[in-house]
Ligand binder design. Sequence first.
Ligand SMILES: NC(=O)C1=CN([C@@H]2O[C@H](COP(=O)(O)OP(=O)(O)OC[C@H]3O[C@@H](n4cnc5c(N)ncnc54)[C@H](O)[C@@H]3O)[C@@H](O)[C@H]2O)C=CC1
Ligand SMILES: NCC(=O)COP(=O)(O)O
Length: 340
Amino acid sequence: MLRPGRPLALTQGDPAGIGPDITISAWLERRTLGLQPFLFFGDPAVLAARAKLLRVNVPIVETDASEAAAHFSKALPVFPIPVGTVIEPGRGHVAGARSTISAIETAVDFTMRGLTGAVVTNPIAKSVLYEAGFKFPGHTEFLAHLAEKSTGASCLPVMMLAGPKLRAIPVTIHIPLHAVPQALSEELIVETCLITARDLHQRFGFISPRLAIAGLNPHAGEDGAIGLEDRDIITPAIERLRAAGVNAIGPLPADTMFHDEARARYDVAICMYHDQALIPAKALGFDDSVNVTLGLPFIRTSPDHGTAFSLAGKGVARSSSLVAALKLASELAYHSGNRN
Ligand SMILES: NC(=O)C1=CN([C@@H]2O[C@H](COP(=O)(O)OP(=O)(O)OC[C@H]3O[C@@H](n4cnc5c(N)ncnc54)[C@H](O)[C@@H]3O)[C@@H](O)[C@H]2O)C=CC1
Ligand SMILES: NCC(=O)COP(=O)(O)O
């Protein structure tokens, strides 16, 4: 359903990171970039202090979702969520963690209620949130928890890094490398690929998305001589996916599936662990890739990078990945019939 004037919900992320910097920069470029209006969920005082540090003039208006789009051309609209402590850019503040989490919860709540069209998250410092008792490895898992709370249905979130040259998905996400073989199962691979195929079809418009599935071990296990997971877990999962009509190939040796010619053969690479997916994604498109969560009942995108504490307040953080995340969120919401 199309609803006039619905803004994107943009969360503050860590107030001491580059989230405020790149938000200000995106807002300043809103006209040239043709950005859909967004509503910032965070502390107006943090934004104002960062604008002062960056020596830019940014009018800020405290407002809500219904008025944000009307303000957007003249002021940066903020739904206020006070941090409750003075923020020194570049230094993690555990005292601010509650407000960082609250901004995410509120943005999701607004989007689930149809007040905002999609959630776009600025980066969080995971270690700061862990120190404050946050029980989720990252946004991805927390957003799935919020979705489950809201709908009552279980939710497997799928992380996808999407850039002009590569889409890549890690089947296991934020777990130690030594825990990966134990965590991998035929079921998890099949579920992840089914969600991927469905969302690439329904949200991204692919008729029959081509999935290239990586092996876990060197040379995809070399017929079991260099590890058994490729033969005993990944191959049966691919057979089940093909039987279910999914266009899937693999297991492919991971070292030879990311060069130009290989990438032309698929629409998305399904990888077995975090770095297997994120190293090629960031090597091929650090400045313009977007982190998208598939499998949620709402749209969520994010820049592909982290808090970059050492750049906060310096005027050197590039906003290109956030801009790509805002644009992709608009497109996906539009395709879902879910935008202004
Ligand atoms: N979606 C999220 O919330 C994410 C959060 N993180 C968190 O961010 C924190 C820092 O992580 P790192 O591994 O250091 O990654 P990072 O992405 O913050 O920084 C890596 C390198 O890229 C540079 N960089 C990052 N973004 C940039 C930008 N927009 N413009 C110019 N240069 C940029 C940084 O200065 C640094 O040299 C960690 O706490 C991590 O958990 C990391 C990735 C995603
Ligand atoms: N390395 C990607 C990353 O950490 C993003 O995680 P999330 O916070 O989007 O779950």
